[in-house]
Design a binder for this molecule. Structure first.
Ligand code: FMN
Length: 305
């Protein structure tokens, strides 16, 4: 059987398929299920400083080619969240990417100061959540300067924990933001968060389906945007990329690696296919490697350039 192991920022993953942030909400139960089903790494739901209830119901809607969500960073806040993360880190057999969300540099620094001593494999800065603007201000990743300021400040207190910058596609030049994050010391880039925001309308009620009306778009509908973003970022930076956005099949995973991703996130696909998506994609990747004589998946990274 072809070897699927991949090294990312010096950390070894049993396979390149990771669970993106927020797809499974509960730490650790949902994450352990994804690991059992074959995920090679787990990103925890973006933690906020204060506990948050999230947006009004319904918060999610599925449509033919994608998924709309306005979860709004529902979560336990840093005090309780820190304990849950500590517990999960002790039990996870695969690398863990701890995701945090803040709208100012000070709060990102607090996260790094409190969470890096727990020694997560990575700290992922969510510079890009589209669903919380109304009450929390604009995401820092919307501008190259604010994104790099957050990364630079976090790097001063993060010790040896690699710092990842997760970016939004909802800007005109994602590659420029990625380059600024690299210059500020980011160890890797994660792209993309959800696109949009979008809206779906229930024509019988004549009302938007989501309680918050607008939500981030994920799933197959955004795959071409994600592939283009990763392609552009690969041309702009030297640090490695985690690519995500609509990956559902092994062919999608290969495409994303050819665009420039070392690891790939498989998120919304699990809503359509269940966690079985991981084994299915892994099997397809192994067959592809054997057929094409690929010894290590890193041979594919950036092959389309
Ligand atoms: C229900 C839901 C919740 C999400 N929550 C977060 C989050 O808390 N933090 C984050 O960085 N991204 C969040 N995302 C975005 C995903 O991590 C991912 O970037 C995006 O869905 C694209 O990948 P996909 O098409 O494979 O789902 C969420 C996505 C969904 C569908």
């Amino acid at each position: 059987m072809a070897d699927l192991t991949v090294t990312y920022c010096g950390v070894s993953f049993p396979n390149p398929l990771i669970l993106p942030s927020g797809i499974a909400q509960e730490i650790p139960a949902d994450h352990l299920r994804a690991i059992k089903a074959g995920a090679g790494g787990i990103t925890t739901k973006s933690l906020t400083i204060e506990p948050r209830e999230g947006n009004p119901l319904p918060r999610v809607a599925k449509y033919q080619e994608g998924f709309l969500n306005s979860v709004g960073l529902r979560g336990p806040g840093i005090e309780k969240g820190k304990g849950l993360i500590k517990e999960f880190l002790a039990s996870s057999p695969v690398p863990v990417l701890v995701s945090v969300f803040a709208t100012n540099v000070h709060d990102f620094v607090r996260f790094a100061s409190e969470l890096c001593p727990l020694n997560p494999h990575f700290l992922e800065l969510n510079l890009s959540c589209p669903n919380v603007e109304d009450d929390m201000g604009k995401a820092l990743g919307l501008g190259a300067e604010s994104a790099s300021a957050a990364v630079a400040a976090v790097k001063k207190v993060s010790g040896s924990v690699p710092i990842l910058a997760k970016l939004t596609p909802n800007i005109s030049n994602i590659a420029q933001v990625a380059r600024s994050c690299e210059q500020a010391g980011a160890d890797g880039i994660v792209a993309i968060n959800t696109a949009g925001p979008g809206m779906l309308i229930d024509i019988s009620r004549k009302k938007p389906i989501l309680g918050a009306k607008r939500g981030g778009v994920s799933g197959p509908a955004i795959r071409p945007i994600a592939v283009r973003c990763v392609y552009d970022i690969f041309e702009a930076v030297k640090i490695p990329i985690i690519g995500m956005g609509g990956i559902t099949t092994w062919q999608d995973a290969v495409e994303m690696m050819m665009a420039g991703a070392t690891l790939v996130g498989v998120g919304s696909a699990t809503y359509f296919k269940g966690y079985g998506a991981y084994e299915e994609i892994k099997k397809g990747l192994q067959e592809y490697m054997e057929k094409e004589g690929v010894k290590n998946l890193t041979e594919l990274v950036g092959a389309a350039h």
